[in-house]
Design a protein around this ligand. Sequence first.
Ligand code: FE
Length: 248
Amino acid sequence: MRGMGAAQPAKIPPEAGKSRAARAAGRKAGLPCGARLGHGLIMPHDHADPDHAQAHLPSDPALRVKALETLLERKGLIDPAALDAIIDTYAHKIGPQNGARVVAKAWRDPDFARALDEDATAVCAELGFYGRQGEHVVALRNTPDCHNMVVCTLCSCYPWPLLGIPPGWYKSDAYRSRAVREPRKVLAEFGVALAPDQSVRVWDSTAEIRYLVIPMRPEGTEGWDEEALAALVTRDSMIGTGLARTPQ
Ligand code: FE
């Protein structure tokens, strides 16, 4: 596990600021990682040939995705119905509601929480939460002494079966670099103020390990059932950039 104390600035991988596509472009050009061409990093859209297909793609990411989708459909390389099914699955069936169930169970049942500490992958799989991007899950329990926060400094590794698709900010260069450099400041920007004596531990996701933060159970929820407790668990609280909601 690669937990990093907030007091020790974590070393950010040299490729942290580059997208997979940019790294692939660099490799294709036979350049070492982080190599620069002229004044900027090599980017796939920096193609000099105006007739190249990429030169016609719009700059806005959403439009680029739509343009690529249309091209792939026209070429018969993707099935729109299959794409719709995937989008529907991640929009409605897989998402933070799954992780929230795990957290609510852990709050209610100490034996479940202990099992989660020992083998979160197996426990989540028993609940049906397994699959791509969730092959090796580690649960991180927040305590009054320690607040956990998750990042992927290299790209956007995230426990999809438990939290769905990562939010845009999770993939941003700013979050990926600042989360390890100045976690308290980042947390403050998310509206999270921690007690001065509560340490922050930042966990760097990898292709192998995905983390699920178990936020602290809010006070005043004694005797609540699982459904009511799960409603207090936000996506951000399971990344560590938020806290569980307090009962109204
Ligand atoms: Fe990643």
